[in-house]
Structures are given as structure tokens and as C-alpha cells.
Design a protein around this ligand. Structure first.
Ligand SMILES: Nc1nc2c(ncn2[C@@H]2O[C@H](COP(=O)(O)OP(=O)(O)OP(=O)(O)O)[C@@H](O)[C@H]2O)c(=O)[nH]1
Ligand SMILES: [Mg+2]
Length: 381
């Protein structure tokens, strides 16, 4: 019979994304070791003190059914189980960030992914669609969904935004409920999202913007919300601990996307968002809320990359404001957008920006669909 492993192997990180295990004779008195590499067994003919372990997924070992032919009992070591009580199997899953508008969800997504993906703004309701970021380490893969702020919808676009947030909540393995720590006690997630029952995934309350609090205020929050993660998405304080906590809730699973991927969304989507972000920055009052951006042509093979994009507004008067006197405003929006897009695609870009009126598009299901917004259907909650 295969000898039982008493306890766990001693594992340490090799500092390079892999793991090293110290193997001793007592643990494995057999002649050979076989490591399961995901789709094949790797033979380790000798018994080194330390062996390289890679891609090891499930804790399981068993006797070699062909042991006789190999001249002795052989172990299949199919996994390394845990280190200090923490499982070393790979973890992967969906993490949804939800919360009130302006709480800092998109800023947090960008920090966790390590790249600016989602647009951010001082103005609320900047995120309208789900933004997906993927964070992969040697042991875990988080698919992070940034969602539109939770509000009571007043028109079709807001219905689409709310529905997007609710679907992302229902899809989540783990939920980060993000609240602005400076804005007073947050309502429960159920209340904020209008859910009839708590979401199925574990919920971590994340109190953001702690950089704007003094020591005393932070201590009070920590006392009042002992289970909350206190963070600053801007300075990064508390974010590593939050990431670790989220990871511990992810299900054990093989990775869901290739390790180099950082999003599932198209470059066109991000380009349109960067233009909309620039509009949010440069234009005041109602205008940003009446603006939608669509990339209509994207020619990567050209140098500079040629991008034709349309800014849609709801009224002729808004078109005049977006274009500005002698086209001054649209030129500025174009220039600032182009710089952001160039940083994103890491190439020179020629941006051809135009403005068009689609009356009351925010209230029109067909216009929303044309602009790529999801139409609110019944959602999972
Ligand atoms: N001081 C401070 N400001 C922050 C922090 N996180 C986000 N902000 C600011 O808060 C504003 C809103 O941030 P966003 O990330 O756009 O917020 P959001 O929750 O995605 O907002 P919506 O998409 O509108 O729902 C921006 O001006 C951010 O710079 C933080 O930790 N500290
Ligand atoms: Mg946002």
C-alpha cells in the first residue's frame, strides 16, 4: 500500500512563480516519484532533496498500478496540498466590484490589474458597462468585473447600467462591495442593489478613500466595521491585503484565461471609453451624461493607427458645445483622447473624431443597442 503522508510537505516559493518542496525519505519510501503536470506525469527518477513542482493541481496520490513492472512501489504525487494551512492548488474565479456611484470601483480595478483599464472620474456614473480586468499570478487568477454604480434607474441607459451590475453580482464568486469611507455608513448591499435576498457569493465590505481620513477616524471605522477592508485605491494602502483576502475566497480551479490576458474586452471598447473619459473631464454639467462614444473604424495596419470615432449627443445645442467655437473644443478633446489612446495601444494614432445627434438616445433601446450597451432583461436575482 501506498504510505500515508502524515501532515504536509514543506513548501516554499522559489521566488519565481514556482514552488519548491523538500522531500524526505520518511515521506516517500518508494523508489520513484511521478509528478502530475496537468496532462502528463513527469518522472523524477532520482530522489533529490528538493524537486521542482509546477502546475500541480489536485491533492491526490496513489500507488502505481504497474508498480511490479517498474520494480517497486511507485507514487504518483499529484498535488502539494498546503503550506501553513493554505492550499496551494490554483484558484480562479469572478470578483465583482459593486457599490454606489463614485465609490472608487474603477480606480480599484485599475490598481489591482496594474494598468488603467476602466475610466474614472470625479463625476458619478462614469462607468456604464461592465469592465473586465484579469489579474493572474502563479497561484491565482481573478477575473474582476467593475460595474456601474448602483442607482435607481430613471431611463433606459440607467436600467441597462443597473441590470449590468446585477448580472455581474449574480455571476460573482466573490463580491467586493465598495463604499466611500468618507460618506457615512453605507447601506447594506442588498438595499443598495435592491436585492430580495443576499447574493450567493461571499461579500467583502471595502471602505475606500481612507487616505482622506485621519488616524482617529480610521480607528473608529476599524472598530465599527471589524470585517471591512479599509483601503485607499489611490495610494494602494490596504489593497494587497484585500487582494489576498479575495484570493482566499476564490474556488480552486484551473485558470480560465491565458496568463497574459488582462481583459476580455476589445481595444475598440477601451478606445471609445477613453474618449468618453476625456469628455467627462473637459465638458461640464449635463453634457457628459448625454454623450456616447463609438469607434466606427479602427485600422491597425496603418501607421499611425487610424481610428474614426463618433461622439453622440442628444441635442443640436449639445453638438455645438462639444464642437466649440471654430471647433476649439473638439480639437482639445481629440488631442487629449489621442494621447491616452496612444498610451493604451502603445503606438502613434491618428484620431478622426466627429459629433452626431441622436435625439434622446439615452431613452431609446435601439440606440443603446447600437452603441453597445446591454439592454436590461430579467437578471438572475
Ligand atoms: N481620495 C481618494 N479618492 C479616490 C479613491 N478612489 C477613488 N477616488 C476618486 O473618486 C472618484 C471616483 O472614482 P471612480 O473610480 O471613478 O469611482 P466609481 O465607483 O468607479 O464611480 P462610477 O463608475 O461613477 O460608479 C475619482 O475622482 C477618483 O479619483 C481613494 O482611495 N482616495
Ligand atoms: Mg466606475
Amino acid at each position: 500500500m501506498c504510505p500515508a503522508i502524515d501532515g504536509t510537505l514543506t513548501i516554499r516559493s522559489d521566488g519565481n512563480g514556482g514552488w519548491l518542496a523538500d522531500i524526505n525519505e520518511d515521506m516517500f519510501p518508494s523508489r520513484g516519484l511521478y509528478l502530475w503536470q496537468g496532462d502528463h506525469f513527469q518522472t523524477i527518477s532520482e530522489r533529490p532533496e528538493t524537486i521542482w513542482l509546477d502546475l500541480i493541481t489536485e491533492p491526490r496520490y496513489r500507488e502505481d498500478s504497474n508498480a511490479e513492472s517498474r520494480g517497486g512501489p511507485t507514487l504518483y504525487l499529484t498535488a502539494i496540498m498546503e503550506k501553513d494551512g493554505v492550499s496551494l492548488a490554483k484558484r480562479a474565479g469572478i470578483v465583482t466590484f459593486a457599490g454606489a456611484p463614485n465609490a472608487g470601483k474603477s480606480t480599484l480595478l485599475n490598481r489591482i490589474i496594474g494598468q488603467k483599464l476602466a475610466i474614472t472620474s470625479r463625476k458619478p456614473q462614469s462607468t456604464r458597462d461592465r469592465v473586465v480586468g484579469i489579474r493572474t499570478t502563479a497561484e491565482s487568477q481573478m477575473i474582476v468585473f467593475d460595474t456601474p454604480g448602483l442607482i435607481e434607474p430613471k431611463y433606459a441607459l440607467q436600467e441597462s447600467m443597473k441590470s449590468t451590475a446585477l448580472v455581474a453580482l449574480a455571476d460573482a464568486d466573490v463580491i467586493g462591495y465598495i463604499a466611500d469611507a468618507t460618506a457615512g455608513p453605507p447601506p447594506s448591499l442588498e438595499k443598495a442593489a435592491g436585492l430580495s435576498r443576499p447574493p450567493s457569493g461571499p461579500v467583502i465590505l471595502v471602505l475606500n478613500k481612507t487616505d482622506r481620513l485621519d488616524q482617529q477616524q480610521r480607528a473608529r471605522l476599524a472598530h465599527d466595521y471589524p470585517d471591512a477592508a479599509l483601503i485607499s485605491a489611490i495610494t494602494g494602502e490596504g489593497v494587497d491585503a484585500l487582494v489576498e483576502r479575495i484570493t482566499s475566497h476564490l474556488p480552486e480551479s484551473p485558470f480560465l484565461y491565458p496568463e497574459g490576458d488582462i481583459s476580455t474586452q476589445s481595444v475598440r471598447f477601451f478606445v471609445a471609453e477613453l474618449i468618453r473619459e476625456t469628455v467627462l473631464e473637459q465638458l461640464q454639467e449635463e453634457i457628459p451624461y448625454s454623450v456616447a462614444c463609438v469607434v466606427e473604424e479602427f485600422r491597425e495596419e496603418r501607421s499611425p493607427v487610424y481610428i474614426r470615432a463618433m461622439i453622440y449627443v442628444e441635442r443640436e445645442s449639445q453638438k455645438g458645445i462639444v464642437i466649440g467655437a471654430k471647433g476649439a473644443r473638439i480639437r482639445e478633446v481629440g488631442q487629449a483622447s489621442r494621447q491616452k489612446i496612444e498610451a493604451f495601444v502603445e503606438q502613434s494614432v491618428y484620431l478622426d473624431l466627429r459629433v452626431k445627434v441622436v435625439p434622446n438616445w439615452r431613452r431609446s433601446a435601439s440606440a443603446l443597442e447600437r452603441f453597445g450597451y446591454h439592454i436590461a432583461k430579467e437578471h438572475a436575482q
